[in-house]
Design a protein around this ligand. Structure first.
Ligand code: ADP
Ligand code: MG
Length: 326
């Protein structure tokens, strides 16, 4: 659906994208992760033709974006919906009119607009807010309206730029679940730019991690989390290389699911201890817990974590004493 070959892009002397190669399959949910300033948003804007690039090929739904004459650009963009961290709704318009806006621009008739808007608002679960202005909505509700608007022209691709970053973890998971339903039901290819590990692990089929405008690692999400490339560790906040040794301690990013330690202990019938934790900025629930357990239990725990799509990594701490069993 989206093939990027050796994409290069500079702003003046700043090389923002350096030889980006990606293949995003039709109907998949693809994660694009990386630290701030690594070129994720720029790459998304290249996909929908809002930004030009200097070198390489970008084929989107069979169309070479750079070769597109300006007269064909708006028809091309009709196939690509986009949502953002700040929702980008028009404050003076009601929920209904926000969703209707693209349809009006494309001169749909009033009957079709009415039907479509109501169907979309039902799909995203926000019909009861139809006459409200955005200021009366919560962040999650605003993002639902933005999703409805992005789907109004029946795009084949939906680009999500940090769409859940401004939301609390529970609301973020609800929006992700909605995107998954849309992907399942409508077969829309979804590209998700995020720095939230929970989004990658719970929603994406494949992921690419960008570092300084380059694709550092890419592949199935489970594979990338298993390989633990340095770019992923950088994102997780662990900047030094880790090694696997005897006497294991596992650090688990809990993906907004703080029941996991208890479930591991109960389901596997093993004893484990919480030996540390870290809370993400702005989050109220712990997003990173340090768990310890016997070396012999490690294979079972590993299988369990992989099956649950948990985000975790092994760290070495030889002299720890474990006291408080869960
Ligand atoms: P990300 O989305 O990964 O945070 P961006 O794609 O927004 O990164 O930006 C990548 C780099 O390109 C940043 O250093 C940013 O300052 C720069 N940049 C982005 N857009 C422009 C622009 N229009 N003009 C100049 N520099 C830009
Ligand atoms: Mg960005």
């Amino acid at each position: 659906m989206i093939i990027a070959r050796n994409i290069n892009k500079s702003f003046g002397k700043l090389n923002v994208l350096c030889g980006v190669d990606l293949h995003i399959k039709k109907g998949s949910i693809y994660g694009l992760a990386g630290r701030s300033g690594t070129g994720k948003s720029t790459f998304l804007r290249c996909i929908n033709g809002l930004e030009s690039y200097d070198d390489g090929n970008l084929i989107v739904d069979g169309v070479d974006v750079r070769g597109l004459p300006s007269t064909s650009l708006s028809a091309f963009r009709k196939n690509i919906g986009m949502i953002f961290q700040n929702f980008s709704l028009l404050e003076r318009l009601t929920v209904y009119d926000n969703v209707a806006l693209p349809l009006k621009c494309w001169k749909y008739n009033a009957f079709d607009i009415d039907k479509k808007v109501k169907n979309l608002l039902a799909l995203v679960g926000i019909s009861e807010k139809i006459g409200q202005k955005p200021r009366a909505l919560s962040g999650g509700q605003k993002q639902r309206v933005a999703i409805a608007r992005a789907l109004s022209l029946e795009p084949k691709i939906l680009l999500c730029d940090e769409a859940t970053s401004a939301l609390d973890p529970k609301t973020a998971q609800e929006i992700i679940a909605l995107l998954q339903r849309i992907n399942n039901r409508m077969g829309i290819t979804i590209v998700v730019v995020t720095h939230q590990m929970s989004v990658l692990s719970s929603a994406c089929d494949e992921v690419a991690i960008l570092e300084n405008g380059r694709v550092d690692s890419k592949g199935p999400v489970r594979e990338i989390f298993r390989q633990q490339p340095m770019a992923l560790k950088n994102l997780l906040g662990e900047k030094h290389a880790m090694e696997i040794e005897k006497g294991r301690i596992v650090t688990i990013s809990l993906s907004a699911d703080n029941r996991l330690p208890g479930q591991i202990a109960c389901d596997l019938g093993i004893e484990l201890a919480i030996t540390g934790g870290k809370t993400g900025l702005g989050d109220t629930s712990p997003d990173n817990l340090r768990l310890s357990f016997s070396e012999n239990d490690f294979p079972d725990v590993e299988r369990y974590l992989v099956a649950r799509h948990a985000i975790w990594q092994i760290i070495h701490e030889p002299s720890s004493v474990f006291k408080c069993a869960v």
